[in-house]
Design a protein around this ligand. Structure first.
Ligand code: TMP
Length: 212
């Protein structure tokens, strides 16, 4: 039997990676095989693309369309090499960001054409959409406060997207709300401005209700 495919989305600092780890532990307790991955990245090709996207590794500003194609190239590689084979073998896949990040960031925040992005996304994922998308919703300022705490030790630097103006991130969040309203069957929006345990319990309930 095919595995289930769950994606996690949300603005910066919304706690996706923590919630993915906790959900993976819950699923494993049920005897389910789980694979966790992320975008951009998850393959050698994808991780190389990630370093170009996050920190202008090539040393020049990226054209918007080049940025879009790099995200979707990473996605096609991840789908082909990792996600589709895992689902086929019955493994559940949890992915940190996916098609909806392209819609929210390149579409709603950068202003690229939504129907063009829908078509490019569908092509990149071989038509295989997520079974469930958990949207961790958080006020933009609260998300950035969390990031500042993470970076307070000076060990990490802000990436290209975190350096965008606050307006950009407000459009990302509003974009996510529009995407969730457009596909209520696939999306579950969860308020992430609460304790890790409360959010995790809502995530688990959403997964049980939708997929178990
Ligand atoms: P993150 O994995 O640390 O959240 O960083 C990924 C960044 O890339 C984040 O700011 C969102 C952005 N992004 C896009 O703009 N479009 C996409 O399609 C994806 C997957 C991510």
């Amino acid at each position: 039997m095919s595995g289930k495919f769950i994606t996690f989305e949300g603005p910066e600092g919304s706690g996706k990676s923590t919630q993915i780890r906790l959900l993976a532990e819950q699923l494993e307790k049920q005897g389910i095989d789980v694979l966790c991955t992320r975008e951009p990245g998850g393959t050698k090709t994808g991780e190389a693309i990630r370093s170009i996207l996050q920190h202008d590794a090539a040393g020049e500003a990226l054209a918007e369309r080049a940025e879009l194609m790099l995200f979707t190239a990473s996605r096609a590689q991840l789908m082909n090499q990792v996600i589709l084979p895992a689902l086929k073998s019955g493994t559940w896949v949890l992915c940190d960001r996916f098609i909806d990040s392209t819609m929210a960031y390149q579409g709603f925040a950068r202003g690229m054409d939504i129907s063009t992005l829908d078509a490019i996304n569908e092509f990149a994922v071989f038509g295989r959409m997520p079974d469930l998308t958990v949207l961790l919703d958080l006020d933009i300022e609260a998300g950035f406060r969390r990031l500042e705490e993470r970076y307070a030790d000076g060990q990490a630097s802000h990436d290209r997207f975190e350096q965008e103006a606050r307006d950009f991130h407000h459009r990302v969040r509003e974009g996510y709300h529009k995407l969730a309203a457009r596909e209520p069957q696939r999306f579950r929006m969860i308020n992430s401005d609460r304790s890790i345990e409360d959010v995790s319990s809502d995530v688990w309930n959403a997964v049980k209700e939708a997929l178990l």
